[in-house]
Design a protein around this ligand. Structure first.
Ligand SMILES: CC/C=C\C=C\CC(=O)SCCNC(=O)CCNC(=O)[C@H](O)C(C)(C)COP(=O)(O)OP(=O)(O)OC[C@H]1O[C@@H](n2cnc3c(N)ncnc32)[C@H](O)[C@@H]1OP(=O)(O)O
Length: 310
């Protein structure tokens, strides 16, 4: 559609735009988001349409126990459909981002396996557990709202699985990372082996990190592309991450969420399949009021448009 035609369309639909403005003004005037509650995660909405999720087992170095695995999944599935949420920052309380899987909960799992003598039944327990943990991390990738990981200090094992499922990764200077699974005698099975090579774009480096379990620091993480910005300290990190989240949240949620959906899809498809996918999305989304409003604002250099909740 030409710009001229678009402006005409906008002029011809004053009733629709006025209704949308009214609805938006009402919804944005008071910032009263519905914030879900969890035991191992602390959730706030510090700015309109921005949610801050904190891993919140600081005394346990945010080691991921079964409850946290379940809550990460529930949290991201809830935020996925929460109209008050357009962008998410995930950080962690306490000294470290996360020490990885809770090794005590691994011992409990071992005990559960020991309760049965049957190899097939033990296999089913493991299959269900691994699937649950995989789905927990994948909920971050599948959440249509962009997720920014803000990492400080240790990000170990399952922590790397978690951050590689995110859209954007920032860290502090003191952050360090470790694909530590080999050191506890297992192959990583909840996402790192699939997502890390794509995140850093080097199979050679990804394989070295996964085979050796060596620790790598923020500088190397930035150089390799695992994180895209490094901040002096945690305060600066959160300020920077929230500012980017706020910027994202000010854009059309239709545009941002279609962008994420297509970029995630395109990671595992050919260019042509990715183009086909976005064409199908956009034959619907280009009819959105967001598109008309945003183009009109660009043309008229008006203030930023306020978009309806999604
Ligand atoms: C189906 C499977 C799905 C997913 C699998 C994922 C696999 C992984 O996540 S592999 C990685 C497992 N994690 C580790 O091996 C981490 C080991 N810990 C460390 O390297 C360090 O503790 C540290 C995180 C770098 C922190 O160092 P520091 O600040 O010096 O603290 P510490 O004195 O070492 O530890 C304090 C305290 O915490 C306990 N602890 C540490 N990590 C864990 C953990 N992952 N789970 C449970 N508890 C942990 C540590 O033993 C200490 O306990 P004390 O009782 O105080 O001694």
């Amino acid at each position: 559609m030409s710009m001229q035609r678009l402006t005409n369309v906008i002029r011809l639909t004053p009733r629709l735009s006025a209704v949308a403005m009214q609805r938006n003004n009402t919804t944005n005037a008071s910032h009263s988001a519905t914030v879900p509650h969890f035991n191992t995660l602390a959730i706030t909405s510090p700015k309109p349409f921005v949610f801050h999720v904190e891993l919140n087992r600081p005394k346990k170095l945010n080691a991921i126990n079964r409850e946290m695995w379940l809550e990460i999944k529930d949290c991201f599935e809830a935020l996925a459909i929460n109209p008050d949420c357009r962008a998410i920052v995930l950080s962690a309380a306490g000294k470290h981002f996360t020490a990885g899987i809770d090794l005590s909960s691994m011992l409990s799992l071992g005990q559960q396996l020991a309760d049965s003598d049957d190899v097939a039944r033990k296999g089913v327990v493991l299959e269900r557990t691994i699937k649950l943990y995989q789905d927990s991390i994948t909920a971050v990738e599948l959440c249509p709202k962009p997720v920014i990981m803000a990492v400080h200090m240790a990000c170990i094992g399952a922590g790397v699985d978690l951050i590689t499922a995110a859209d954007i990764r920032y860290s502090t200077q003191d952050a360090f990372f470790q694909v530590k699974e080999v050191d506890i005698g297992m192959a990583a099975d909840v996402g790192t082996l699939q997502r890390l090579p794509k995140a850093i774009g080097s199979q050679s480096l990804a394989r070295e990190l996964c085979f050796t379990g060596r620790r790598f620091e923020a500088t190397e993480a930035e150089r390799s592309g695992l994180v895209s910005r490094v901040f002096a300290d945690k305060e600066a990190l959160l300020k920077g991450a929230l500012a980017v989240a706020e910027d994202i949240a000010s854009k059309s949620p239709i545009a941002v969420q279609a962008t994420k959906e297509n970029m995630v899809y395109s990671l595992e498809h050919t260019n042509q399949q990715g183009l086909d996918h976005i064409r199908v999305l956009n034959k619907l989304y280009l009819q959105s009021e967001d598109f008309a409003q945003a183009v009109a604002a660009q043309l008229t250099k008006d203030e930023k448009p306020i978009f309806a909740k999604l």
